[in-house]
Every structure is written in C-alpha cells, then in structure tokens.
Write a protein that binds this ligand. Structure first.
Ligand code: 5AD
Ligand code: SF4
Length: 434
C-alpha cells in the first residue's frame, strides 16, 4: 500500500482544477488518496488570498494540522497556491509555521514529488516569479459530469483591489490545438460538460500574436467537436466581451447560455477607482447586447461593497445596476484590503458596520430579483443536464445555468432530459421529467 495524500482546496474553480493536477502528480509518484478517518502521510493545502478570510481559514487549518503532526511526526505538510506568491508571504509563513515541509509557488507544482522525497528539517521554499506555461501535468479529475480545462493563466487587468495579477502573473494563453485536444479527449471519456477557465477568457489569444486566434474562434472550433456535451466558460470581463463571441454562443448547440460577467460596482466613480475601464452604462449596454442575441441568457456577477470612499450614493447606483441587469445569481463580497494593491493605500476605507449593512441590503435586493426570475420559469420546459444526485433527488442544470431539482435515479447523472418546471420555492426550482 502506497503512502497516502490529502488535498485541502481553498478559493476558485481555478484552484479546484489545480488540485486535480496536484493529485495527478502525487498518484503518478505512487501516492494514494487517504481515507477520512486516518491521518494522511502528505497534506497539501492549495491556498487562496483573494480576501482576508480565505487566508485566515488557511492559518486556522494549519493550527489543526500542527496538532495532527504532533501525533504523526512523519506527516509532511505542503502549502501551495496563491497565498505563497504574495510578496514576502512564504518567508513569513515559514517563520510562523516551521513545521511546514515545503512551500511551493503556483508555477512550481511540478517540484512536488522531488520535494516530498527529501527529509530536510527546515521548510523548503520553491517560488518562481516567472510564471511559465507548463503543459502535460497529469490531472486526476473528480468523477462526475464536469471537467475543467484551463485556456489561459494570469491576468493583465490590475483592478485596483485585486491581488490576482501579482500572484498569478501576466496572461498566458494555451495553444488552441492543445485545448481542442483536451476537450476532445474529455468528451470521449464521457464528460457531459466542459468548463473553460481563465481570469478573463475574453482576452484569450491576445498574447499569441494571431488576431484570428481569439476567444470567439476558440469557442467556434470547440463547438465543432463531435458528441453531445455542454461547453461553459468563466470569467468574462465586461470590457472585453464582444459581439462576435456572443454570436458564437447564440448560434452553437453546445455552448451554455450562462455568462459570468462581474460588474463589481454600479457607480462610475467607484468603477474608475477600481480601474475597471467601463461605466455602469457601458456594462448595461453589454447586458442588453447579450440579451438581444441570446434572449434566454443566464447572467451572473460579482459585486464588491465598501470599496474605499464608497458613499451611500455610490452604493445606491450599485443597487440600481443590479435591478436593471437582473442577475440570476449574484456573488456579493465585502471589500477586503489586500496589501500590495493600489486600493489598500487609498484613503476613505469604509467602516465594517457600513460594509455589513450594505452587503445585507444587496443580498435582500438580489433575493427578490432571483425569486422574480425563478417565478418566470414555472410552467416552462428546459433541456436539463443531470449534474448531481442528492438526498434521493436529481439536480440538473439548464442551458442558461439554472438549477432544477427533479425526481430521478442516480444513473441520470450526466444525462440530458427535458424537465418542466412545476414550482419555485424561494428562487429554487423544482420540476418533472416529461
Ligand atoms: N475584496 C473583496 N472582493 C474581492 N474580489 C477580488 N478581490 C477582492 C477584494 N480585495 C472579488 C471580485 C472578483 C471575485 C473573484 O472576488 O468580485 O470578481
Ligand atoms: Fe482580479 Fe480584475 Fe484580473 Fe479579475 S480581471 S482577476 S478582478 S485583476
């Protein structure tokens, strides 16, 4: 029996997929997944640093693991992911938690087997700032309906609140032929949904130096792959989503009509301070363009409340934008000061009390909108992909990204069926197969 591994993942889908690659590297090296009631030989924490609470959770978990390691001295704890790349973070973590075996940067995962083979007493740090593209890292994908495929890494946008460009480096697009080969292989292996990942998928190809090799053409080529599957992608920066891309979405039988396009704020003044490079009006024009070409589009977004200097009037503009855009889902965040970003140095930090009040007002507003949108679905029939079997029921997803619960057995996971929506309870949809 090989040594066992456990991976604890924090943060976004990008990290979820990266953990699949970490599992791939470990299994290639002879490690096997741990079973839950045992201590693993290797514990990898794949971290996130987008907001302070993500970091707090990592540190809390390291405290628990320290105790576990006291009972199992041979346990090797490895920390990787975004938190390790922030300026000076690895050295600080090493000083605070000397029981960590190794700290690996986001582009140093391939060093994992080598680092685990060592028995050094001191924490080993491997962090490169080069952010080179590495292909052919094997992935142990979670068995299920969806498979993730990176189309690009990094970000060039430098939104003033965001740490991502500092920890993930500049945009690097993968070669189209590699992406096509990945998707083709995953479809042939039986995945019914493929989700393309990038911080800003709409700038895919900008760094490849071929104008014809853009996101719209990538989507178009991927939709030509044979087989019955659904193609999703995230995230779309509003300034970069163009009508050619939306045309491909409208005309393809494979592409999902779900679009994650975060507005972040509805105040032009705050959007400028955020360095988002669009206005609230410009954002809503993109929404209108999408809904015109794809009438059943399901829109989701992210909003940050309490950005430095945000006034009640700015926040009222955000509420207004949220009303007009009619998001099916909205992810709401309290602004978190990230050291090293321009916004962290801005005057006019908003009080915790104001941030909390605003976020709860925003959540209440969105709840009413989600219920209203859900009510419009009652009586309609959708093609649904079964994604999960839970508590004796199936949960599936429509082409526009709505979740519907319906009666079905476990073997309906991964299957497409027609479901009529019969009920809406607090924005949750229920239906029956027809
Ligand atoms: N504080 C709060 N939310 C943030 N996000 C990014 N950086 C911060 C921050 N410093 C949010 C944005 C982004 C999402 C992934 O996380 O809304 O779209
Ligand atoms: Fe962060 Fe902005 Fe890049 Fe998104 S687009 S990852 S919010 S800098």
């Amino acid at each position: 029996m090989g040594k066992t591994y456990r991976i604890i993942t924090y943060g976004c889908q990008m990290n979820v997929h990266e953990s699949e690659k970490i599992a791939g590297l470990l299994e290639e090296d002879g490690y096997v997944p741990y079973s839950e009631n045992e201590a693993a030989d290797v514990v990898v924490l794949n971290t996130c640093c987008i907001r302070e609470n993500a970091e707090t959770r990592v540190l809390g978990n390291l405290g628990i693991l320290k105790k576990e390691k006291e009972n199992h001295p041979d346990m090797k704890i490895v920390v990787c992911g975004c938190m390790t790349q922030a300026d000076g973070a690895a050295e600080k973590l090493k000083a605070r938690c000397p029981f960590i075996h190794a700290i690996l940067g986001t582009d140093n995962l391939d060093k994992l087997p080598q680092v685990l083979a060592e028995n050094a007493k001191k924490t080993r740090i491997e962090i490169s700032q080069e952010h080179k593209l590495k292909e052919n890292i094997p992935a142990v994908r979670s068995l299920g309906v969806n498979a993730w495929v990176n189309i690009m890494y990094g970000c060039n946008n430098f939104c003033s609140y965001c740490i991502v460009p500092y920890v993930r480096g500049r945009e690097r697009s993968r070669e189209k032929k590699q992406i096509i080969a990945d998707v083709r292989e995953l479809v042939s292996r039986g995945y019914s949904q493929i989700t393309l990942l990038g911080q800003n998928v709409n700038s895919y190809g900008n760094d490849l130096g071929d104008k014809n090799n853009d996101f719209a053409s990538l989507l178009s080529d991927l939709s030509d792959i044979e087989g019955k599957f659904r193609l999703k992608f995230m995230t779309s920066h509003p300034k970069d989503i163009v009508s050619q891309t939306v045309d491909v979405i409208a005309n393809s039988d494979k592409l999902s009509h779900f679009i994650h396009m975060p507005p972040q704020s509805g105040s032009d003044r705050i959007l400028k301070l955020m360095n988002r490079r669009y206005t609230a009006g410009g954002y809503l024009e993109k929404v209108a363009m999408i809904k015109d070409k794809v009438p059943d589009a399901g829109l989701s977004g992210d909003v940050i409340v309490g950005f430095p200097t945000e006034t009640e009037a700015d926040f009222a503009d955000t509420l207004k934008l949220v009303s007009v855009a009619e998001f099916a889902n909205l992810y709401t965040f309290i602004y978190s000061r990230r050291s090293g970003t321009p916004a962290a140095e801005m005057d006019g930090q908003v009080s915790v009390a104001d941030k909390k009040r605003r976020i709860s007002e925003l959540i209440d507003k969105q709840f009413v909108i989600s219920c209203r949108l859900a009510e419009r679905c009652v009586g309609k029939t959708y093609e649904v992909l079964g994604t999960e079997y839970k508590k004796g029921k199936m949960i599936g997803e429509t082409k526009c990204g709505k979740a519907i619960t319906y009666a079905g057995s476990k073997d309906a996971v991964g299957k497409f069926v027609s479901v009529r929506v019969t009920d809406n309870k607090n924005s949750k949809l229920y239906g029956e197969i027809i």
